[in-house]
Design a protein around this ligand. Structure first.
Ligand code: MN
Ligand code: MN
Length: 391
């Protein structure tokens, strides 16, 4: 019975072939081939007729990134090494088991984060000696500026989150770990620094590569029990993104978060975009910097216009990283039957985009018409307000 059902399913879903009906081009692919990948990337197998030329790869799924498995959870990263075009930003996807600890550490890059599942307790101390501890849940953000030491710990159900760094060359394996520094400092120096005796360091951890970094721990008590009193005061590095009122248009919503509403994120800005089935993030570009994307939910395709007659289309689904090089025009269309949710991330204190539609609406109409031979109906449809999601 089960076999019959499977055969039926295969029959109903034909194997995709690199054949384009629009201009009667292409031919079958007898193989060898990876049909699963072809099915996930219909616009690479059969590019729209408008695609042309060589554009670097703008997609890397976290599912193809090396998994570092540790006693307290796991981590994987998509950096310039996985996705060579992504020079300005990198991402890390991390899981912490209940009580699992991402070791006290710091790094050169700023760390922007969004919680994807569960809850975590995060802590930091800044250069003024102000401290911070908070619990974060799904949709909450944090941002630790470059060099600020911090920690993350999974609470009762554990957690999964995305970290975004403002340098594509970032590596999660080369952060400054507290245990690593202790292991590589002479004990007399440690004794002198802390005003204690050398014997007080007899039990420092060994094999820290395996036993620390992400290690198992006890689920901490309530947040109040972890507050450290501080005469120098507290500082905040977190933000409740879902409490923000979104920009709403006919096809979906956008929540923009940058230094205007989240001052701690001094170098990284973001837009959380929700596109309804059949809707599209409109044709636009960013006048300031590259765009790093993370797909949270659903499936979509992005067409990128690179000038010189070049354009290419990529398909994305949850867990994929996308990228748009600086100033290239693009759209993101929901190709599924469920909402598409993704993050647009920028190495910039401010979120900035330019709408093709708004540009045309606010330019002398005769000038616009002279370029594109547009009729009256099309000119009348132009919108002076920005509509990030259209349907
Ligand atoms: Mn970090
Ligand atoms: Mn964009």
């Amino acid at each position: 019975m089960r076999i019959l059902a499977t055969t039926e399913l295969v029959k109903r879903k034909p194997i995709p072939e690199p054949i384009r009906e629009a201009d009667r081009s292409g031919g079958t692919n007898p193989g060898p081939r990876n049909i699963t990948l072809d099915e996930q990337n219909p616009d690479i197998l059969v590019p729209p007729v408008t695609d042309r030329g060589t554009i670097p790869n703008l997609k890397f799924p976290f599912a193809l990134a090396h998994m570092r498995l540790q006693s307290g959870g796991w981590t994987r990263q998509v950096t310039v090494r996985e996705l060579p075009v992504s020079k300005s930003m990198a991402g890390v996807n991390m899981r912490l088991n209940p009580g699992g600890i991402r070791e006290l550490h710091w790094h050169k890059e700023a760390e922007w984060a969004i919680m994807l599942d569960g809850f975590a307790r995060i802590s930091a101390v800044d250069q003024e000696g102000r401290n911070f501890v908070d619990d974060v849940g799904v949709g909450d953000l944090w941002n630790f500026p470059s060099g600020i030491p911090h920690s993350i710990q999974g609470l009762k159900e554990g957690c999964e989150f995305l970290l975004v760094f403002d340098d594509g060359g970032f590596s999660e394996d080369s952060t400054f770990l507290i245990s690593d520094w202790f292991a590589h400092t002479p004990k007399p120096v440690l004794a002198k620094n802390f005003g204690v005796s050398e014997n007080d360091f007899d039990d420092l951890p060994e094999d820290i590569d395996r036993t620390r970094y992400i290690f198992s721990g006890k689920v901490p008590g309530p947040l109040s029990s972890d507050r450290v009193s501080n005469p120098l005061g507290q500082v905040s590095f977190s933000h409740r993104l879902m409490k923000q009122q979104p920009i709403k248009t006919s096809g979906g919503t956008v929540r923009i978060v940058d230094t205007t509403n989240f001052p701690a994120a001094t170098t990284i800005s973001a837009g959380l975009v929700e596109v309804e089935p059949g809707a599209m993030r409109e044709l636009h570009w960013h006048p300031n910097t590259d765009e790093w994307q993370y797909y949270l939910e659903g499936s979509g395709r992005m067409g990128v216009f690179a000038s010189e007659g070049n354009a290419r289309t990529f398909d994305y689904q949850a867990g994929d990283v996308g990228y748009v090089p600086f100033a290239m025009g693009h759209y993101v269309e929901n190709t599924g039957k469920t909402p598409l949710r993704f993050l647009e991330m920028f190495k910039s204190p401010r979120f900035q985009d330019v709408s093709l539609n708004q540009w045309m609406a606010l330019t002398p109409p005769e000038l616009v018409q002279a370029h594109l031979n547009l009729n009256k109906a099309m000119m009348a449809a132009l919108r002076k307000q920005k509509w990030p999601i259209v349907k």
